[in-house]
Design a protein around this ligand. Structure first.
Ligand SMILES: Cc1ncc(C[n+]2csc(CCOP(=O)(O)OP(=O)(O)O)c2C)c(N)n1
Ligand SMILES: [Mg+2]
Length: 390
């Protein structure tokens, strides 16, 4: 049995109302990419022999609401950066399904190690969205207590969080807990040594970790072809654990595939690589201009696969949501946008010396020296003198 074929273990029940995605199709060779999909770009529900799930109308509306509010929050943050309120923003536009689907597959006691773009996952973990903005405004080093929501601080050092997640997962296994760990990373990060090392360690130690790679086709200006000669999910095979590619713009498929990978981790069967095949609709960050390196046609093709529109079409076609639902959600989005704007503008400037705090737990000679230098520099400004001396 190949590692990939373990991904097709349990045939599920069939339903008369759904089309089978691969019906009549030639069985792909193992080297050809396979894509798990439950909802087509047109909003048609298709069945999958391994990953089919049943969700109530309320759950479907919940996923839709999560994606809409996350997109709204993200748009607001981009606008705030343009207005000079944030120093930088990394937009998740286009990746809502990958993040909400995987985020809603998690249990409260699972632990998440994100990159810097996982605003939708943060939303699912209950991290207040305004807390994500402090670091991007430059007023703090993180903005939330990772252990309050089992959601680690954003990690900028590409790929390093996969090692943190693996070590944490090895600890979970040693504790005998049945929770799981998920590490988010990108297509570009897949080229990092840290990621390869985390694959090796997690496989060998059977660590309960899911590697969730959002292949958004670009690592700043480098396309995925510059990262790999095989589809990314197939990398897992060489490390001895299963890999699966899921339609990253299909929230149902992302939920089903991640849930299955997390269950596998809980059963003590080790890691899984999930490659969510998606697209970064915006710029890498607000400092980037993607028109310099990618074609408009490419973006337009992905616009037709929008994760929110396809679920909207499905909700409407099935009668799972009425006009009042969409109107209320629009009002909720507006309110969220207003709350985010007000919260950012109200963030107090940090104390100048705070940058030196928490660098080392017990202090450090070099940090002490730098702190003293910086204090002297600050004191050299005329307006830094105490009030009574002026
Ligand atoms: C170790 C390291 N090398 C380089 C960088 C600069 N850098 C920031 S984001 C990025 C691209 C990451 O691409 P990908 O992993 O695909 O994630 P995406 O930004 O597309 O979500 C790079 C090279 C960094 N932050 N850390
Ligand atoms: Mg990328």
């Amino acid at each position: 049995m190949t590692v990939e074929s373990t991904a097709a273990r349990k045939p599920r029940r069939s339903s008369g109302t759904k089309r089978t995605a691969s019906a009549g199709a030639k069985k792909p060779q193992s080297s050809e990419p396979q894509l798990v999909q439950l909802l087509t770009p047109e909003g048609e529900r298709v069945q999958h022999p391994e990953y089919d799930i049943d969700l109530t109308a309320e759950e479907l509306r919940g996923l839709y609401r999560d994606m809409v509010l996350t997109r709204r929050f993200d748009a607001e943050a981009t606008a705030l950066q343009r207005q000079g309120e944030l120093g930088l923003w990394a937009s998740l536009l286009g990746q809502e399904a990958a993040q909400i689907g995987s985020g809603r597959a998690l249990r409260d006691d699972d632990y998440v190690f994100p990159t810097y773009r996982e605003h939708g996952v943060a939303w699912c973990r209950g991290v207040d969205p305004t807390n994500l903005l402090g670091m991007f405004r430059g007023v703090n080093h993180g903005g939330w207590d990772p252990n309050s929501n089992n959601f680690h601080l954003y990690t900028i050092v590409i790929g390093s969080q996969t090692l943190h997640a693996t070590g944490y997962a090895m600890g979970v296994a040693k504790d005998g807990a049945d929770s799981a760990v998920i590490a988010y990373f990108g297509d570009g990060a897949s080229s990092q040594g840290d990621v390869a090392e985390s694959f090796t360690f997690s496989a060998v130690y059977n660590a309960p970790v899911v590697f969730f790679c959002q292949n958004n086709q670009w690592a700043i200006s480098e396309p995925t072809e510059k990262q790999t000669r095989v589809p990314l999910y197939q990398r897992a095979q060489g490390f001895g654990f299963p890999g699966v590619r899921v339609d990253g713009n299909d929230v149902l498929a992302c939920l089903a595939v991640t849930r299955s990978a997390l269950e596998r981790a809980r059963r003590g069967e080790g890691p899984t690589l999930v490659e969510a095949f998606t697209y970064r609709m915006g710029a890498h960050t607000t400092s980037d201009d993607p028109t310099k390196y990618r074609a408009d046609e490419e973006r337009a093709a992905w616009e037709a696969k929008d994760p929110i529109l396809r679920l909207k079409a499905y909700l409407e076609n099935e009668g799972h949501a009425d006009a009042a639902f969409f109107e209320e959600l629009e009002a909720e989005s507006e309110a969220l946008g207003k709350r985010v704007r007000e919260a950012v503008r109200a963030m107090p400037d940090p104390d100048h010396m705070a940058i030196f705090e928490n660098v080392y737990a017990d202090g450090h000679a070099l940090v002490d020296e730098e702190r003293a230098q910086f204090a002297a520099y600050q004191a050299s400004f005329a307006d830094s003198a105490p009030e009574e001396a002026k």
